[in-house]
Ligand binder design. Structure first.
Ligand code: ACM
Ligand code: ZN
Length: 745
């Protein structure tokens, strides 16, 4: 089998086999194409693919025709013949008024006609066509004019922290092609291990790639020690140059450019196990290269020469992120270089490094991409900026007229949680579920149209510190990448989450049946709405999995498959505790969750702060803690309010009234320095001047507890008061407190 004919056998699967099957109620009105085409119009009628014949292609199009035939055979068991008078026509002609990657697809009584001005366009048209057959291989009459919203549609994979095999990379490239991604950013080197065979510097893969034990966290905690390649029981891996070329070729056949990343000047610990002389201190344990040592630039140039010989990509990613620059401040060579070049600080030294590497790559006809830190100390003249610390760097670069790729951590880091952190595999933090990814628009609203032209597109990044193997990597990638596929391909005004969710459910099920370990879309999120007139809270459950039913109890018992099913918003006056769980038939899809809510006395009441709210986490300002809405699974959702000094607020209930309880919810994410408080205290007052404590309560959660966890702390009382003062002290000195919301009954 040729590589190309192999292509669709791996990546395709019949979607519509899942519509209307017994036991499912998922049906789409129209073929569930992802990403949704730019323009699509369905007409009455359809044709059966079985009745079509392919018009004999010109030699140039033979491979593409083969691709189509293989895809239809594999998916629908439809074998198409070729004939000079065939009615399924692929037509490649520069005359077509379409963008380079666009295509025009017509299905009518006359047959199927796919037109494009490039082979890429035909390739994308084929991807669409393969998602269209319905029952009995029928394809609806339609007219599609399709082209991407962005030229850069990327996925990134970190293979340094955990190594991923060539077979896995190919499987991902197949999926990427299916969903019209065209850039694979391959993070080949980092402190977790050097993954690329260098003929000039063979010690990199001899001494800088293998470690004892697979788990990155354990390895890090034991001091990040590398062992010689071949050490019995060691973990790691690297790609030979032949394997890398094989991937470049495999990707090119799928119209995907592989962009290699070689990290510099930081994130390079692994290099120094092999070549310690390239650091300021001359020994392993450093984070970055010595800038004052000319051998460093010989090294970088020779490595980049090898990279350029393998990767034809016009872009080479040179990292540039998170350089600590600490050793540079005291290193005589670095200091001498700064003096010689007139560089005033280490930011300028980093900038000088990036400029110099850019100059080298430009001289070889290539351009650099760097993480947004390359803006510090002055941006290199031809650099493309990858904006990861939010969009700020990207916006600055666009205003300066530099190309930008948006990849903000929120929502495009796929190493963040996509579901309940209490039950999902350990992740770095954050919360980037499908809906949030889908809602992303790479063009910032506060850039002008002209500035937005510099936004080439967007990319999701999968860092693998906490992603232990390929199956887990796949789980973190899909189906969130489906949402991104639509973000970067479909015009923003055509996006529709509800419609997408149905299609994503179908694709996700199909993937899972085909051995792709996609996250099974199981989130249940709770939204609430305050009705101040009726003085009630309306609670809504939103589910991702459209085959599931959310079942709940209000008496604290664990739901089962016969518990009441959620259909309409639940109206709550007093406090209730909802225990909920989603089911497909009798089978639970999730663990039970709980949520306490009610129309409490503090809703809409004024909060006075006797402490400072952290500038980065103001949430919705003064109304945050009493607005009836609770924070989600991420402290950075701007629903949770953050404090780095002890929390001390007073709520004015407006009039003296009987009080029964005061509660607040807290979140802990130890890795981010966010802790549940050590202790809370509640004081009450009738006049706002004389306060009396109703008690103190220590939290149960210890600051050592890892992962994301929550604690609801309640103090009971039987007093009458108008003012309620709520105090909390940090769970750990210097740490954050995040709370939302303060509930008074
Ligand atoms: C990054 O996440 N350090 C680019
Ligand atoms: Zn130095």
């Amino acid at each position: 089998m040729t590589t190309l004919s192999h292509l669709l056998l791996l990546l395709a699967f019949p979607l519509l086999a899942y519509t209307g099957k017994p036991g499912t109620d998922l049906k789409t009105e129209t073929p569930p194409i992802i990403p949704m085409p730019a323009e699509i119009e369905y007409m009455k009628g359809s044709l059966r693919l079985k009745d079509c014949q392919i018009r004999t292609p010109t030699p140039q199009l033979e491979e593409l025709v083969q691709l189509l035939k293989d895809g239809l055979k594999k998916n629908y068991r439809i074998r198409l013949q070729e004939k000079t008078s065939g009615n399924l026509v692929l037509d490649l002609d520069k005359k077509y008024d379409l963008p380079e990657e666009g295509y025009h697809l017509t299905v009518s009584e006359e047959g199927i006609r796919l037109e494009a001005r490039s082979e890429t366009g035909l390739f994308y048209g084929i991807q669409t066509l393969i998602q269209m057959p319905e029952k009995k291989g029928k394809v609806r009459f339609c007219e599609i004019t399709d082209y991407p919203a962005f030229p850069y549609r990327g996925l990134h994979l970190d293979v340094s922290r955990h190594f991923m095999s060539i077979d896995y990379i190919k499987k991902q490239l197949d999926l990427m092609a299916r969903y019209k991604f065209n850039r694979f950013h391959w993070h080949l080197t980092d402190g977790g291990g050097w993954r690329f065979e260098s003929k000039n510097y063979p010690l990199l893969t001899q001494k800088g790639q293998a470690r004892m034990g697979t788990d990155w966290r354990e390895w890090r905690d034991k001091g990040e020690i590398f062992v010689e390649t071949g050490t019995p029981g060691s973990y790691g891996g690297f790609y030979t140059q032949e394997e890398l070329k094989e991937i470049v070729d495999y990707a090119a056949k799928r119209y995907i450019t592989v962009i290699p990343e070689i990290e510099m000047p930081g994130h390079s610990n692994e290099v120094f196990y092999a070549y310690p002389e390239l650091t300021c201190k001359g020994k392993p344990g450093s984070w970055e290269f010595c800038m004052g040592n000319p051998d460093v630039f010989t090294f970088l140039h020779k490595i980049l020469d090898e990279i350029m010989a393998i990767f034809p990509s016009p872009y080479i990613h040179i990292g540039g992120d998170e350089a600590r620059k600490k050793d540079w401040k005291t290193c005589p060579e670095c200091q001498a270089l700064m003096k010689e070049k007139g560089l005033k600080d280490v930011d300028e030294l980093q900038s000088w490094c990036i400029h110099s590497v850019e100059e080298y790559l430009n001289s070889k006809g290539r351009n650099i991409i760097g993480w947004d830190e390359i803006l510090q100390g002055g941006l290199a003249p031809n650099a493309t900026v990858m904006s990861w610390r939010g969009e700020k760097g990207g916006k600055t670069a666009a205003k300066m007229g530099h190309p930008v790729i948006m990849t903000p951590g929120n929502p495009l880091y796929f190493d963040h949680y996509q579901g309940d952190p209490m039950t999902e595999p350990h992740a770095i933090g954050g919360y980037n579920p499908l809906e949030k990814v889908y809602a992303y628009n790479p063009r910032p609203a506060d850039l002008t149209e002209e500035e937005n032209r510099y936004i080439l597109g967007a990319q999701a990044n999968l860092w693998t510190e906490y992603v232990n193997d390929e199956s887990h990597a796949e789980y973190m990638t899909w189906p969130r990448a489906l949402a991104l596929a639509e973000v970067v391909w479909t015009p923003a005004e055509k996006k529709d989450f509800d419609n997408f969710l149905l299609r994503a459910n179908l694709h996700t099920q199909a993937m899972r049946k085909k051995g792709i370990n996609a996250f099974p879309l199981k989130n249940v999120t709770i939204k609430s709405e305050i009705d101040t007139i009726k003085q009630i809270v309306r609670v809504f459950f939103q589910k991702e999995n459209m085959l599931s039913v959310v079942r709940y109890t209000t008496d604290g018992s664990k739901p089962n498959w016969k518990s009441p099913a959620y259909t309409d918003p639940i109206e709550v006056k007093d406090s209730i505790k909802l225990t909920y769980q989603s089911y497909i038939g009798k089978k639970a899809l999730t663990s039970p969750g709980t949520y306490s809510i009610g129309y409490h006395k503090a809703i809409g009441k004024k909060v006075t702060y006797h402490c400072t709210v952290n500038r980065a986490y103001p949430a919705q300002g003064e109304k945050t803690l009493t607005d009836g809405t609770r924070g989600t699974w991420s402290y950075s959702d701007q629903l949770w309010q953050g404090f780095t000094s002890p929390l001390d607020i007073t709520i004015d209930l407006g009039e003296v009234q009987p009080l029964h309880s005061v509660s607040a919810n807290f979140i802990q994410v130890k890795t981010s320095g966010v802790y549940i408080p050590y202790e809370v205290e509640v004081l009450v007052s009738v006049d706002g001047e004389h306060f009396q404590s109703i008690g103190k309560k220590k939290a149960q959660t210890q600051p050592e507890k890892t992962g994301t966890c929550f604690e609801d702390i309640t103090l009971h009382t039987t007093c009458e008061a108008r003012f309620v003062q709520f105090k909390a002290i940090q769970g750990k000195k210097g740490g954050f407190i995040f709370t939302d919301e303060i509930r008074i009954y």
